[in-house]
Design a protein around this ligand. Sequence first.
Ligand code: GDP
Ligand code: MG
Length: 163
Amino acid sequence: RLPVVVIAGRPNVGKSTIFNRLVGRRQAIVSDEPGVTRDRKDGVAMLRGRRVRLVDTAGLEEAAPETLFGRMRASSEQGIAQADLVVFCVDARSGITPADAHFANWLRRQNRPVLLVANKAEGRAGAEAAMEAFSLGLGTPLAMSAEHGEGLADLMSEIVSLL
Ligand code: GDP
Ligand code: MG
């Protein structure tokens, strides 16, 4: 069984872009529209010579179960239950939201290793903004930009070191 790495976080933070970068193919759907990735997408990625199963989840939102976001959250919970590592992705540009904080608290209770990633942190301003994610209490955020290809090598190394 390959180690399972689940990419989780709010809609539109860049989960699918990260997934595509790591898997190396456009297996996930990327959209400007928040929450457009409705299904989990699985792919095998080779990270530093190590094969891992990568799961791109739908967004995690606080909502009633009968809503679209509620169903997305339920599907993400399933993914996290089978995860060897959760890459929790936040958006350095929008900053930390109450939903991020709520999810961080929930995630801590799942007893899964977590790697906190602050995406959309391109450039120096981005790296500074990423540090706001310290407040989530999940350790030092890894600042990166999936779209600009910044911090990808660090992300791969961190993932492998936590498996
Ligand atoms: P998801 O909903 O979390 O899967 O997010 P997506 O991967 O679909 O990305 C949402 C939007 O953010 C898209 O328009 C992406 O092009 C954009 N995006 C992703 N990564 C970055 C990044 O590093 N920097 C910036 N500025 N935009 C990004
Ligand atoms: Mg997506």
